[in-house]
Design a protein around this ligand. Structure first.
Ligand SMILES: [Zn+2]
Ligand SMILES: [Zn+2]
Length: 78
């Protein structure tokens, strides 16, 4: 079993997971304040103002506190 680290969906083969990751990563945001990951839809209502969906987190603003994950992005920088 292969699990997507972003959305926790499980897949029977590694190939299926990799195919999924391409689409999953595109719409996934990382909050620098609390370190949580969530979908774009959860963070914005109008596609303009972005805010961390966690009630106890102040993170907001795309490219400020919230970053898009991508193939060459945050995860691989460390
Ligand atoms: Zn996923
Ligand atoms: Zn947050």
């Amino acid at each position: 079993m292969h699990t997507c680290r972003i959305c926790n969906q499980t897949f029977s083969t590694k190939l299926r997971l990799e195919l999924h990751r391409d689409t999953c990563v595109e719409e996934t945001l990382l909050c620098q304040q609390c370190g949580d990951q969530f979908s774009e839809a959860a963070a914005t209502r109008d596609g303009w103002h972005y805010r961390c969906p966690n009630d106890d987190c102040e993170g907001e603003g795309l490219t400020e506190d919230l970053y898009r994950l991508d193939a060459t992005g945050v995860e691989q920088d460390r």
